[in-house]
Design a protein around this ligand. Structure first.
Ligand SMILES: Nc1nc2c(ncn2[C@@H]2O[C@H](COP(=O)(O)OP(=O)(O)OP(=O)(O)O)[C@@H](O)[C@H]2O)c(=O)[nH]1
Length: 468
């Protein structure tokens, strides 16, 4: 079971792990085919991709070892975690030994790695890969050791980038090789070795999708969406551009200047296409964001009064209580209830009652600061949250609301409201505070309605009460 950290897209993370395993199996499979083919008949490996050089014996062994190490790095258990790094060290060893043969003209038997059957090969260097590939194997082995042991993150990312650069340059110069031209140090590197090197590097990078370079690529954020869409085309562009350039010259016989102009046009167009693609994606995501914002607003709003609904009130109260606990930020709660609303409904009808509720929404909204929250708590009961407000100030706000109700020209007959006020206390949970404000509201009703009752002390039972 893969543990997917917060903000990572679990499906993409699993996809990366699957990709990594597939690459490991592919490396082992290709390496095995090449080894069997070398053993069977020296001409076979060259026949796999006609016109191509063959993958060398030690390169095939290196890929088989690195692929096995990659598979082991994904599993758990002591043996697996111990064996993996050793296999990668062996990959490094093969690369280093080959380089040593080149540099010091040594013969440490790297050309005859398996047994004498390889001596039958017409290619005198059947076992020895090119210098560049040997260098790449040293890096690939190092990458494997660091990934398997979960060490030196930055160094291993650096190795991966160098490896990618080698493999991508190899692919880019394939166009030259195709045209039979000298492609520099890649002239002696078979295309499928380069391709496998690229995939092996990607496989190792993808094996730890939630850290390092790949973290952004697997994130469930906007950055993640961009990276997933744009990284591959951006990486492939130089390869394609080099390829197109070569094809234009060699196949269509265009002059270098003309081929260059076409390639410049082509790359400009490709960049423009990438920009357009990003813009389309941004546009789509922004539309979705606005839509979900609207839906969220709808979900938080009471349709009749336009005030916040009970759900939004509960969220806001929980936030304020957290602020109180963590930063000692006091706030006050007002519970309000229309007086004798049942008889208003009975006398003038439900629709007239609805109109009163709508007007109440306007009056409460007008009485508050932008940071305050007015909510319909249920039926004809309302709640106001006043952040950073002590009980004295909250009492003043409540008195202002009473005045606003008294002074309003109501359509049928005067409507009044009763209010209970309480201030938050450090030990409060949401029900404690609501109960204190409710108790004050109850007192206001019993004292004759159209008034405010304030809990002047914040300890609940036996609190000192005062009427306004
Ligand atoms: N028109 C209308 N009436 C509502 C709505 N929600 C609740 N009510 C009514 O509000 C009334 C509340 O009545 P009571 O709880 O008895 O309280 P009251 O008549 O206001 O009396 P006091 O609160 O003691 O002053 C009920 O008649 C409900 O039907 C609504 O959305 N629209």
């Amino acid at each position: 079971m893969i543990e997917v950290p917060f903000h990572q897209d679990s499906q993409v993370v699993r996809g990366f792990i699957r990709f990594s395993r597939t690459i490991a199996v592919l490396m082992i499979a290709v390496a095995s085919i090449v080894l069997v083919a070398w053993w069977w008949d020296a001409r076979l490996p060259t026949a796999v991709v006609p016109g191509q050089r063959s993958m060398k014996v030690n390169a095939a062994i290196g890929f088989a070892l690195s692929g096995s190490a990659l598979l082991l790095s994904q599993g758990s258990g002591r043996v697996r975690s111990r064996l993996g790094p050793w296999l990668s060290l062996a990959v490094m060893g093969i690369g280093l030994a080959t380089l040593a043969e080149y540099v010091w003209s040594l013969d440490i038997g790297i050309d005859r790695l398996l047994d004498d059957s390889f001596a039958r090969q017409p290619d005198p260097l059947s076992g020895r890969m090119a210098e560049l590939v040997a260098t790449a194997f040293v890096l690939l082995g190092g990458l494997g050791v660091m990934v398997s042991t979960r060490r030196w993150l930055y160094l291993r990312e650096g190795l991966a980038v160098v490896l990618l650069a080698i493999a991508m340059t190899g692919l880019a110069s394939y166009g030259f090789a195709l045209a039979g031209r000298d492609s520099g140090p890649f002239n002696r590197v078979p295309i499928y070795t380069t391709l496998l090197l690229l995939l092996a590097t990607l496989g190792w990078i993808a094996s730890t999708p939630t850290i390092g370079l790949t973290r952004v690529t697997t994130a469930d954020t906007l950055g993640g969406a961009f990276a997933r869409r744009l990284l591959l085309p951006a990486l492939l562009m130089p390869v394609i551009v080099a390829f197109v350039f070569e094809m234009l010259q060699s196949r269509l016989g265009l002059s270098e200047a003309l081929a260059f102009s076409f390639v410049a046009l082509f790359s400009g167009g490709a960049v423009a296409w990438l920009v357009w693609w990003v813009a389309t994606l941004l546009d789509k995501l922004e539309r979705q964001r606005r839509k979900s914002l609207l839906l969220r607003n709808d979900a938080d709003t009471d349709t009749l009064t336009g005030l916040a609904n009970r759900r939004a009130f509960d969220d806001a109260l929980a936030n304020l209580l957290r602020g109180q606990r963590e930063h000692d930020m006091r706030f006050s709660l007002l519970m309000l209830d229309l007086d004798r609303f049942k008889s208003y409904n009975d006398d003038f009808g439900h629709l007239a009652g609805d109109e009163v509720l709508r007007i109440t929404g306007h009056l409460l909204g007008a009485a508050l600061r932008p940071s305050d929250l007015a909510a319909r708590y249920g039926g004809e009961e309302f709640a106001l949250l006043l952040p950073d407000t002590d009980v004295t100030r909250a009492g003043e706000v409540a008195a202002r609301i009473l005045d606003a109700f008294r002074g309003f020209a109501w359509p049928q007959r005067a409507v009044t409201i009763s209010i209970g006020v309480a201030q938050s206390a450090p030990s409060d949970g949401s029900t404690d505070l609501i109960q204190r404000a409710d108790a004050m509201l109850y007192d206001a009703k019993h004292a004759g309605r159209d008034r405010v009752m304030v809990a002047t002390a914040v300890v609940s039972p036996g609190a000192v009460r005062s009427g306004t």
